[in-house]
Design a binder for this molecule. Structure first.
Ligand SMILES: Nc1nc2c(c(=O)[nH]1)N[C@H]1C(S)=C(S)[C@@H](COP(=O)(O)OP(=O)(O)OC[C@H]3O[C@@H](n4cnc5c(N)ncnc54)[C@H](O)[C@@H]3O)O[C@H]1N2
Ligand code: MOO
Length: 413
């Protein structure tokens, strides 16, 4: 008789998976315009005060507050980019000034042009009711030299790129992209560009996994289908040495053609676990092979996609050097009661709309289905301690587009 998989508790499997992973230490310096989505490998600090000189926030008049309510002589006009040093103002004098222009050192207030009266070529009447210090942007008020713009391990987003440009920082230290191989298994598979007859199915897992990884900024290489034979599988695996992470799907369960675990073992895999007490997604294996991490997902597409989301994304984030790699959850009101398995962690698909969660197809779908994932945008993970998830109560939800955080939180209901 075949040995039953030794199922690991879901929480234990999540913990073990992440413990197997160390952040990559390979770094490179890249041009800032290509740094979007990459992970900073060093703290990057502000090198130029922001702003780097006192300047006007409005088109208007630069005055001394003590001259409010008076008609003032316009001494000169200052434009953005003007590098001249301006003389101190006498009483009853002001400068006309444009947005972004450097302010003379003795002025303390800017009055927008539309608030002034009698605006002539050489004089203007300033209203009485103005606020001292208004509309001035002060040197270093946003960021000072030495302030941290992005910390090591943070993912670079569009606001970081704005800051890099504002600093003239064109060379950014990032972690090198980790190398990920994606493999499928099964003689029944045809590639989407081949012709599949009724007894054959199209390979959907490889492309679903690749797309999920792309959504989170990872690049992967699709290496093809591992053949359903031990010898050929071993040969195939030997050619994957260059990859940091090898993600497979299928061939991991109890079938006579399920060679994946055996083939990896023959190649030297050290198994961390094989089987998780999770529905769907029980057939899951993880281990290390030389310098690579091997993650074997179930063949059933729905289970493969859910396990990719639950396990693979946090693992890759940690490997890539990100500090925020734990799933974060949100609360939502459960609209419809549904049944869950007892004594087994269950990941239930649903849709969260305006803060309300609606379970997909009353939680009655098979782990081979693809459309149930397509109809959903989130997951509820139940503990196995009760039979139902009641309606009209707040439950913890993992959104497919959810956030990742640096501190572990318990997202299980
Ligand atoms: N006796 C047992 N049988 C099964 C068990 C078990 O514990 N005892 N577990 C079941 C569960 S749960 C799952 S999940 C599957 C997982 O099996 P494998 O990971 O070995 O996957 P396969 O048998 O290779 O395939 C399962 C199913 O998925 C289809 N598949 C595989 N790869 C792809 C792909 N790239 N694209 C689309 N579809 C794919 C494959 O054709 C099968 O229909 O085992 C259960 N059985
Ligand atoms: O455990 Mo399987 O992974 O339900 O489909």
């Amino acid at each position: 008789m075949k040995e039953r998989l030794n199922y690991l508790d879901f929480k234990e499997a999540c913990k073990t998976s992440l413990e197997l992973v160390n952040s990559t230490n390979k770094t490179e310096i890249i041009d800032f315009i290509y740094s979007l989505g990459r992970v900073a490998s060093k703290d990057i600090v502000c090198v130029k005060n922001l702003p780097s000189f006192n300047n006007s926030a409005m088109d208007g008049f630069a005055i001394k507050y003590s001259d409010a309510g008076k008609t003032l002589r316009i001494k000169d006009t200052i434009f953005a980019g003007d590098k001249r040093e301006f003389e101190s103002l006498e009483e009853n004098e002001c400068y006309k000034i444009m947005t972004g222009a450097k302010t003379p050192s003795d002025i303390d207030t800017i009055v927008p042009i539309e608030f002034c009266e009698n605006v002539l070529k050489d004089s203007v009447t300033i209203p009485q009711n103005i606020k001292k210090g208004a509309n001035l942007r002060l040197k270093g008020e946003e960021l000072k030299q030495g302030d941290i713009i992005i910390k090591k391990g943070e993912k670079i987003n569009s606001s970081h790129i704005a800051l890099f440009s504002s600093q003239g920082l064109t060379q950014i230290d990032v972690f090198k992209k980790i190398k990920i191989a994606i493999l499928s298994t099964g003689n029944e598979l045809k590639e989407p560009w081949e012709k599949a007859d009724d007894e054959e199915i199209y390979n959907c897992n490889a492309f679903a996994i690749d797309a999920q990884l792309k959504e989170k900024n990872f690049e992967s290489t699709y290496c093809g289908v591992i053949p359903d034979s031990l010898e050929k599988s071993i040969e195939f695996i030997k050619n994957l040495r260059d990859f940091d992470i090898i993600v497979t799907s299928g061939g991991i369960s109890m079938g006579d053609a399920d060679f994946v675990a055996q083939a990896f073992l023959k190649c030297g895999l050290k198994i961390a676990y094989h089987g998780v007490n999770l529905k769907p997604g029980r057939a899951m294996m993880m281990g290390t092979l030389n310098h690579s991490l091997v993650i074997s997902l179930p063949g059933n597409p729905l289970a493969a996609m859910i396990n990719c989301y639950l396990f693979v994304i946090p693992i890759l984030k940690k490997f890539q050097g990100e500090i925020a790699f734990y799933h974060d959850f949100t609360f939502a009101l459960n609209k419809k009661e549904f049944n869950v398995k007892q004594n087994r962690t269950e990941a239930v698909l649903g849709k969260i709309v305006n803060g309300e969660f609606i379970v997909t197809r009353d939680n009655k779908y098979g782990s081979g289905m693809i459309s149930a994932v397509f109809e959903s945008n989130s997951l509820v993970v139940s503990s196995g301690n009760s039979e139902t998830i009641k309606d009209n109560c707040n439950i913890k939800i993992l959104e497919f587009n959810g956030k990742y955080i640096s501190k572990k939180v318990d997202f299980i209901n």
